[in-house]
Design a binder for this molecule. Structure first.
Ligand code: ACO
Length: 335
């Protein structure tokens, strides 16, 4: 929704963490019946990062958060809140955000996770912005962080080639309306939940011999259904925030779409008629890192100096649930 309050929030620092281990399409050729050619033409992905055996969601979240706090020139004690969009946290509970809070020493922050799959960062930004606009918080750390490699069925070629591990972070701070975030929009449709889910290991199908034998504790996906919905949802969400603010795509300097598949991005770009040079793509190097794709890509363009303060940036994404949403904002970081 477009803010009606005199207050808004802006991003004052960003960071990212990519695990060091690289898994290429050629490596995957040795693991399942697939080819570099199939993966590249169907998805656009060449390689992805995979967390070490002892590396968990909180580890990469903390690393990304430290970079974001350093750029924002803030101490962790300055934070009022920490929100992590994740579906691959360290444990079923407590929230990974609480573990990150402890390790950062963010003693004044309330901490929570948001489960919105690949839309987790957009949902997190939306919640953080609402907390700031309402006056309950002033500085909130939002992280998108996933270690999906530990939830992927490495014998299922239809899904194991798609995902990678990463964390991206952003620090939000209160600002006058008209600066920073101009509009946020989030939606969901739970009737589509079964198209993309981990059915086992929850309270519906608790972990046990059956879930284990059926591999139902791993990601299950009906790829074609996801594809169609993803395009429609990302286009609709992007149009909504543009319409609400009276902006057109011609005003937008960079569009950062969720990085699931290059053909999904191509279809979104075609429908929205966005000039290709204004669309950020990095999925060739990282694959689909779910809630981390957008903050990682934003951190990359920020550090590459591709944006000037005041430039309009559009995030648009979708994820399991289904969930989807967009954020339109003025870039506020000057390095
Ligand atoms: N290597 C080789 N062949 C494969 C592979 C693979 N890795 N995976 C599937 N195939 C085969 C299938 O078995 C099938 O063979 P068949 O015709 O003999 O049955 C054939 O390739 C075609 O399979 P499709 O599923 O129809 O392939 P499609 O062109 O639809 O591409 C894909 C599959 C890439 C998953 C596509 O549907 C897609 O991108 N969907 C979007 C889903 C997505 O991006 N999900 C992750 C994101 S979810 C999120 O971010 C929230």
């Amino acid at each position: 929704m477009q803010p009606t309050s005199p207050r808004s929030s802006r991003i004052i620092g960003t960071g990212r963490c990519l695990p060091s281990r690289v898994l290429t399409n050629f490596d995957l050729e040795k693991m399942v019946e697939t080819t570099d050619e199939w993966i590249t033409t169907r998805t656009g992905i060449h390689e992805r990062r995979i967390a070490a055996d002892n590396e968990a969601c909180s580890d990469i979240s903390v690393a990304a958060a430290k970079e974001a706090l350093a750029m924002a020139k803030l101490d962790a004690k300055d934070l009022d809140g920490i929100i992590i969009g994740t579906i691959s946290g360290d444990m079923l509970f407590p929230a990974t955000a609480t573990l990150v809070q402890d390790r950062l020493g963010a003693v004044n922050a309330a901490a929570m996770d948001v489960s919105a799959a690949c839309s987790g960062f957009i949902y997190g930004l939306t919640l953080a912005n609402a907390m700031i606009v309402s006056g309950q918080m002033n500085r909130v750390l939002v992280i998108g962080s996933e270690v999906l490699s530990k939830f992927v069925d490495w014998s299922d070629r239809a899904t194991c080639v798609l995902f990678g591990d990463a964390a991206g972070a952003a620090v939000l701070e209160g600002c006058p309306a008209g600066e920073g975030l101009l509009a946020t929009h989030v939606k969901s449709d739970g009737s589509l939940a079964e198209l993309l889910c981990i059915p086992g290991g929850g309270s519906r199908q608790p972990l046990g011999p059956t879930t284990y034998l059926e591999h139902s504790h791993y990601i299950k996906m009906k790829g074609d259904g996801v594809f169609k919905w993803a395009v429609r949802a990302m286009v609709d969400a992007a149009k909504t925030v543009l319409d609400e603010t009276g902006h057109s795509l011609a005003d937008v300097s960079l569009v950062i779409p969720h990085q699931a598949n290059i053909r999904i991005i191509d279809a979104v770009v075609e429908r929205l008629e966005i000039p290709r040079e204004r669309v950020v793509v990095n999925l060739d190097r990282y694959g689909n890192t779910s809630s981390a794709t957008i903050p990682v890509a934003y951190d990359e363009v920020v550090r590459e100096g591709r944006l000037e303060p005041g430039d309009l940036v559009l995030f648009t994404g979708f994820g399991a649930g289904f969930t989807w949403g967009s954020v339109l904002f003025r870039h506020s970081i000057s390095l």
